[in-house]
Design a protein around this ligand. Structure first.
Ligand code: LIP
Length: 274
């Protein structure tokens, strides 16, 4: 893939998120039909489906040989196939529960992977008008300005983001509560803003020093992982091994030292791969 081709994909997706953001904003302010998916706290609206349809249709018209992984396509039964072909990984609204409740941390998250490596990441929060983006090797940006993570190395001085997620399965909830309990004893504070994509952007821009979550999906963290790494952050599997985009969990920290302090504290939770 040439730099010129990547540049074309990047320009196209930047244009597209701004169009799709208008639809998200229309839904954020207006009435929506709320349904559930895997459980009573796993929500979806007609806007999630509409935005994903718009994004896939337009990208397919522009790049007919490319493949797609989308949250709502997966929910409707399309199997997640992550191969070597250029693949767009799409979460039309990350933070759907926020979207339903009018809490403004919602984002369109789009990554492009080539040979399973993410080369473009774009996260757009249209409600707050925040656009985070990165191209592999070219740094990370917020509304066009370069961003850097905090570089924090001390857990005791950190602000950490962590989430409860949508599973209400007792063992999963116990492990997640235990993790937050063990971390809060050691840090300045914990934040839970309800969107994996936005959490990763918070680490990328230095407003949080770390973020970890179990049970998320490839579309929740593929774009944010690249944006955070391009901003200087470190990402790995919460158990300390290499990050796997299909493995449904992430630990993202402002330094490798911080990951080394957080990982041993966590009770690890296994979810079936995407
Ligand atoms: C959400 C994630 C969030 C997690 C939620 C949910 P969605 O994604 O971004 O971090 O805690 O359970 O998975 O479903 O709003 O796209």
């Amino acid at each position: 893939m040439t730099d010129k081709e990547i540049e074309l994909y990047y320009r196209t997706v930047l244009h597209l998120v701004s169009t799709a953001g208008k639809v998200v904003n229309e839904g954020f302010l207006g009435k929506k039909r709320v349904e559930t998916k895997a459980g009573a706290a796993d929500l979806v609206t007609e806007f999630d489906q509409r935005v994903e349809e718009i994004l896939i249709k337009k990208l397919q018209e522009e790049f007919p040989t490319h493949k797609f992984i989308g949250e709502e396509s997966a929910a409707s039964g399309v199997k997640t196939t992550f191969g070597d072909d250029p693949t767009w990984i799409i979460d039309p609204i990350d933070g759907t529960t926020n979207f339903v409740h009018g809490f403004p941390f919602v984002a369109i998250s789009i990554a492009l992977a080539i040979k399973k490596q993410v080369v473009i990441g774009v996260i757009f929060n249209p409600v707050l008008d925040l656009l985070y983006s990165a191209v592999h090797g070219k740094g990370a940006f917020k509304n066009g300005r370069p961003i850097k993570c905090s570089g924090q190395t001390e857990l005791g001085l950190s602000q950490v983001a962590g989430e409860y997620g949508s599973s209400r399965e007792p063992d999963v909830l116990s492990a997640k509560c235990k993790n937050l309990r063990v971390i809060i004893e050691k840090v300045h504070s914990i934040r839970a803003i309800g969107s994996a994509a936005m959490n990763l952007c918070m680490v990328a821009e230095g407003s949080c020093d770390a973020y970890f979550e179990y049970g998320i999906h490839i579309w929740d963290y593929a774009a944010g992982d690249l944006i955070a790494r391009e901003a200087g952050a470190y990402t790995c599997d919460p158990s300390g091994g290499p990050l796997n985009l299909l493995h449904r969990c992430i630990l993202c920290t402002a330094s490798k030292e911080l990951a080394g302090q957080i990982s041993p504290l966590l009770t690890h939770v296994d979810f079936p791969d995407d």
